[in-house]
Design a binder for this molecule. Structure first.
Ligand SMILES: Nc1nc2c(c(=O)[nH]1)N[C@H]1C(S)=C(S)[C@@H](COP(=O)(O)O)O[C@H]1N2
Ligand SMILES: [Mo]
Length: 423
């Protein structure tokens, strides 16, 4: 939790002079602020102004400021038996804009991180094709590259919240997601190179990690917008995200995005019987299970205020967060400060792209009374993000996957924010 309170008054308080507490009363008086300045604060000369700083290439690969050391991926130790088959969470509360920096992207591994030497790397494409081919990384880089921004959300994101509010955190309730720019080759280009038989309706995609993670991908999706990516955010993939090659399946659940991709087999049916494939199903109240629920439906989350980012003072707050849809573009995000009774549209910060995160913000004048903050996403298909009760009515609460319900944050009179479920 951040301890440091901002002593910078906001624009409105400057203009109206209507500052609340003692802190703000001093802050609006420049003479008083200057008189109380600490050693390193203006008008005094700070330490870092007195001496020469580091030379260039102090860090050949740059790292964040030491004062940002709290901005890290985190895991929940009790969630899984080992770290090799586990998951960690993106610190959404500390991100700006819509891009996730590579070092902060949540990780999900079933058999640990494979460290693949690119000289030994090969991608084999075979099965129902005219010409089976093996590509080296250099071969793949010779194809025309595509550059696309997409979110990747694990189907289990918010999965601990089905029965009730569990984890008092935006990172732990919503952090199984990241959004980066991918560079790679469209799957359509690769498949055309091999000449897919008209009987080829499914791809069997396989990873080179110890889990040998494999999935079935319908041909229509493969030809629509999938790609094999070797780079993220302008540099080669990180080992934990599949170096040197991963599958990108825009808008669909994370488990299809095979990392350390090494084999694509074209077939006429899905590889249903595989145990791993069967695991990703949604148990319904009837005892039956939904399967092949691949699309990640519209969702949004207020990242500040949040349990990690309490409200520090009365007056104007910048409510901000992220929205996304696996069906298309985010069209609108509405904000409620009274638990869903009244809604107002948030400002969307462009660029707004298909199957990509969109940053939103909303100016809220907090009077110090308890409040219930919510955001709801609406995409260009007209789909409106549901409440948890609406989802439970249809799906029960026994599934782990595909919880895209509205998150409610309760703000108390001290500005402390808690995860609650009210409707
Ligand atoms: N080879 C391989 N690919 C994999 C996995 C894996 O364990 N092995 N996990 C999948 C799951 S369940 C998710 S949610 C995403 C996570 O991708 P990330 O680690 O880049 O966040 O990778 C998918 N691809
Ligand atoms: Mo996942």
């Amino acid at each position: 939790m951040p301890e440091k309170k901002s002593n910078t008054p906001n624009r409105r308080q400057f203009l109206t002079g209507a500052a609340g507490g003692a802190l703000l009363a001093s802050a609006v008086n420049p003479a008083a602020v200057l008189a109380a300045a600490k050693e390193n604060q203006a008008p005094n000369v700070a330490d870092w102004s007195r001496y020469l700083g580091d030379g260039v290439v102090e860090n050949p690969y740059g790292v964040p400021s030491e004062y940002e050391a709290h901005v890290v991926r985190r895991t929940v130790e009790w969630l899984t038996a080992t770290r090799e088959s586990s998951i960690c969470f993106t610190p959404l509360q500390d991100l700006h804009g819509f891009i996730t920096p590579n070092g902060l992207c949540f990780e999900r591994h079933h058999g640990g991180v494979a460290h693949v030497n690119p000289d030994d790397f090969q991608l084999m494409v075979h099965g129902m094709v005219d010409k089976p081919l093996i590509f080296s990384l250099e071969d793949l880089k010779r194809f025309p590259a595509e550059n696309k921004f997409h979110f990747l959300e694990c189907a289990a994101n918010s999965g601990m919240e089905w029965h009730g509010a569990q984890l008092n955190s935006v990172q732990y309730t919503n952090g199984m997601i990241h959004c980066v720019q991918y560079t790679g080759v469209s799957l359509r280009t690769l498949l055309n190179e091999c000449g897919v038989s008209s009987k080829g309706k499914w791809l069997h995609v396989e990873g080179g990690d110890s889990a040998g993670m494999n999935r079935s991908l319908p041909m229509d999706k493969a030809l629509d917008d999938c790609m094999v990516a070797y780079a993220m955010n302008g540099e080669m993939l990180r080992p934990e995200n599949g170096y040197p090659l991963r599958l990108v399946v825009p808008g669909w659940e994370g488990n299809l995005w095979i990392k350390w991709l090494r084999r694509i087999e074209v077939g006429d049916q899905p590889w249903h019987a595989r145990e791993e494939t069967a695991k990703y199903t949604d148990l319904m109240p009837t005892g039956k299970a939904r399967r092949f629920t691949w699309v990640m439906e519209p969702k949004s989350i207020i990242t500040s205020p949040s349990p990690e980012k309490p409200v520090l003072q009365k007056g104007v707050q910048n409510i901000t967060g992220l929205a996304w849809s696996g069906q298309g573009k985010v069209k609108r995000v509405d904000i409620s400060v009274d638990g869903g009774k009244n809604w107002r549209p948030a400002k969307l910060h462009g660029p707004i792209m298909e199957k990509c995160m969109t940053r939103f913000s909303y100016e809220w004048d907090w009077n110090g009374n308890p409040a219930l903050l919510e955001s709801r996403a609406i995409d260009d298909t007209g789909y409106v993000q549901p409440t948890i009760k609406q989802l439970r009515e249809i799906r029960g609460a026994e599934s782990i996957y595909h919880n895209n319900s509205i998150q409610t944050w309760h703000v108390n009179e001290k500005g402390v924010v808690d995860n609650v479920q009210t409707r």
